[in-house]
Ligand binder design. Structure first.
Ligand code: BES
Ligand code: MG
Ligand code: ZN
Length: 466
C-alpha cells in the first residue's frame, strides 16, 4: 500500500472518502449527516463503520464513516485503531484507493500511518491467492513528517513480522545473519561456531549443538552523530524451539518458529535507525541457534560454563532461551554500555500470567522499567512489571554447579528473570518477556493471527526519545 499526504482533496476523485464521526457530533459532509446520522442514527461509537453510496453527488463513489467515539477520550492509540479498522473495511469492500479526510484537530499522522500499514499486512507469500489489498491511501489532514515517521515504524514492524512468520526451514541462524549483514546504516559482525567457542560462550553453544544448522552470533552497531547514551538491545534468537531432548508436546511445538521473535524485533529496530537517527550508540545483539533433539544435543544434567565463568546445571533443555541470553548479556556488558535491554519469547509462564495482552518486564533499575512501561503505553503496546524477589533464586540452587537453568514451575517468568540477572554486571538492565504478545493464534484488535512485531514500536520510541 502506498501512503500519500495531500491537503487539497475536496475535488480529487477517489473510490472512497473516509471521514470520522464523534458521538453526539455531526460529520464534515452534509450528505453523510443527512443519511447516516439523521436518518439511520449512526452514532459513531469507537470503531463502528457506516458505508454510504454517493451516486455521484460528491467526487467519491462511497463515503466510509468511522466512529471515533467520545471526543474527549480520543488519542493517538485510538487513531491507530480506527485507521486500521477503516483499512480492513476498505479491503472487505475491495476498494483500491481512498482519501482519509478526518475532522480532528491534531497531527496524528504517525499513528494513522502505522494503523494503516498494520492492517495492510498479510503473510501471503506462500499463498497462490493473495490477500485483498488497498493500493493507495491519501491522508488529507496530517503532516508529511509524522506520516513518514509512521511509515518507518511500520516498515520495521513488517520486517519483524515477516521474519517471525517465516517457517523455520528458511529462517535459520545463517539466514538471520544474512539479514543483519544487509541492514543499512549499521556495521555488522557475524561470529561462527568456532569464534563463539573462543569467546567462551559455553551456555549458548550447548543449546545449538543438536542442530544441523550451525549457530551465528550477530553484533550490529549503529553510531549516532551525537552520542548521549550507549545501549545494547538483545533479542532471543531461537530459530526453532523443539524443546531439545526435553521435547515439547506437538501442540506446544506448533508455533515455535516464533521463538526468534525477539531477534526479529531487534533486526526490525536496527533497520529503522538510519531513518530515525537517534542520539545514541546502539548495539543489536542476537545469539541465534536452533534447539533440537539429536545424538549431539546437550542433555539434562550437563554442566555448562557461561562467558562470565558461572556454571549452569541443565535441569531442562527446554529452558534454552535463558542459556543463550546469559552469554549474550555477558557480551553486552563487556561493551561498556549504559543500558541493556533484552527481549525474548522466554516463558510460557509469562503467557499464563499476562495472556496475549501484555508483555512482562523486569529489571535492575526502577526508573528504566517505568520509562519503558510509559514508552510502551504511548506506542500502543502494554508492558506489565513482574517481580524479581531474591527468593526466586532459591529454586535455581544446584548441588553440582553454581545454578540450574530452571526452578519451580510456579513463578516461572520471574525465575527466568532472576536467572538472567546473574549475567548482568555493570549497566542498567531490563528484560522484556514477549512469549504471549509476539505471536497470536487468533486475530486481536488490529492484528491478524501470527507475528505482531512486539517490541518494535516501543524500542524505536525509546531510542528516539533519548
Ligand atoms: N520458547 C519457550 C517459551 C514460550 C512458550 C514462548 C510459549 C512462546 C510461547 C521457552 O523456551 C520454553 O520452552 N520455556 C519453558 C521453560 C520451562 C522448561 C522452565 C516453558 O515456559 O515451559
Ligand atoms: Mg524452550
Ligand atoms: Zn524457547
Amino acid at each position: 500500500m502506498e501512503i500519500k499526504v495531500s491537503e487539497n482533496v475536496t475535488s480529487t476523485p477517489c473510490e472512497v472518502i473516509v471521514i470520522n464521526k464523534f458521538e453526539g457530533e455531526k460529520t464534515s459532509i452534509e450528505l453523510a449527516n443527512k443519511y447516516a446520522v439523521d436518518k439511520d442514527r449512526f452514532e459513531g461509537k469507537l470503531g463502528e463503520t457506516y458505508i454510504l453510496h454517493t451516486f455521484g453527488q460528491i467526487p467519491a463513489d462511497k463515503i466510509l464513516i468511522i466512529g471515533t467515539g467520545k471526543k474527549e477520550e480520543f488519542d493517538a492509540n485510538k487513531m491507530r485503531e480506527i485507521v486500521a479498522k477503516s483499512v480492513k473495511k476498505l479491503q472487505q469492500i475491495k476498494a483500491k484507493n481512498a482519501i482519509f479526510d478526518f475532522d480532528i484537530n491534531a497531527d496524528y499522522g504517525k499513528s494513522a500511518a502505522i494503523g494503516a500499514l498494520i492492517a495492510d499486512y498479510a503473510f501471503d507469500k506462500y499463498k497462490n491467492k493473495k490477500a485483498d489489498r488497498v493500493d493507495e491511501i491519501t491522508f488529507a489532514k496530517f503532516s508529511e513528517k509524522e506520516v513518514k515517521e509512521g511509515i518507518v515504524f511500520a516498515n520495521a514492524m513488517k520486517m519483524t513480522r515477516d521474519l517471525a512468520n517465516e517457517p523455520a526451514q528458511f529462517a535459520t541462524p545463517e539466514k538471520l545473519a544474512d539479514v543483519a549483514k544487509n541492514i543499512e546504516g549499521v556495521t555488522t559482525q557475524i561470529f561462527d561456531k568456532d569464534e563463539i567457542e573462543r569467546m567462551g560462550m559455553g551456555a549458548y553453544l550447548a543449546v545449538g549443538q543438536g542442530s544441523v544448522h550451525p549457530p551465528r552470533f550477530i553484533h550490529m552497531k549503529y553510531t549516532g552523530k551525537n552520542i548521549k547514551k550507549k545501549i545494547a538491545l538483545i533479542g532471543k534468537g531461537i530459530c526453532f524451539d523443539s524443546g531439545g531432548l526435553d521435547i515439547k508436546p506437538a501442540s506446544s511445538m506448533l508455533t515455535m518458529r516464533d521463538d526468534m521473535s525477539g531477534a526479529a524485533c531487534i533486526l526490525g529496530v536496527m533497520s529503522a535507525l538510519k531513518y530515525l537517527e537517534p542520539d545514541a550508540e546502539i548495539h543489536g545483539i542476537i545469539a541465534a541457534c536452533e534447539n533440537m533433539p539429536s545424538g549431539s544435543s546437550y542433555k539434562p544434567g550437563d554442566i555448562l560454563t557461561a562467558k562470565n565463568g558461572k556454571t549452569i546445571e541443565v535441569d531442562n533443555t527446554d529452558a534454552e532461551g535463558r542459556l543463550t541470553l546469559a552469554d549474550a548479556l555477558c557480551y553486552a556488558c563487556e561493551l561498556g554500555v549504559d543500558e541493556v535491554i533484552d527481549i525474548a519469547t522466554l516463558t510460557g509462564a509469562c503467557m499464563v500470567a499476562l495472556g496475549t495482552v501484555a508483555s512482562g518486564i523486569m529489571g535492575n533499575d526502577k526508573e528504566m522499567i517505568n520509562s519503558l512501561i510509559e514508552t510502551a503505553k504511548s506506542s500502543g503496546e502494554t508492558y506489565w512489571e513482574l517481580p524479581m524477589f531474591p527468593e526466586y533464586k532459591d529454586s535455581l540452587k544446584s548441588d553440582i554447579a553454581d545454578m540450574k537453568n530452571t526452578g519451580s514451575r510456579y513463578g516461572g517468568a520471574s525465575t527466568a528473570g532472576v536467572f538472567l540477572q546473574e549475567f548482568v554486571k555493570g549497566p542498567k538492565w531490563c528484560h522484556i518477556d514477549i512469549a504471549g504478545t509476539a505471536f497470536l493464534e487468533k486475530p486481536q484488535k488490529e492484528f491478524i493471527s501470527g507475528a505482531t512485531g512486539a517490541g518494535v514500536r516501543t524500542l524505536l520510541n525509546y531510542v528516539k526519545n533519548i
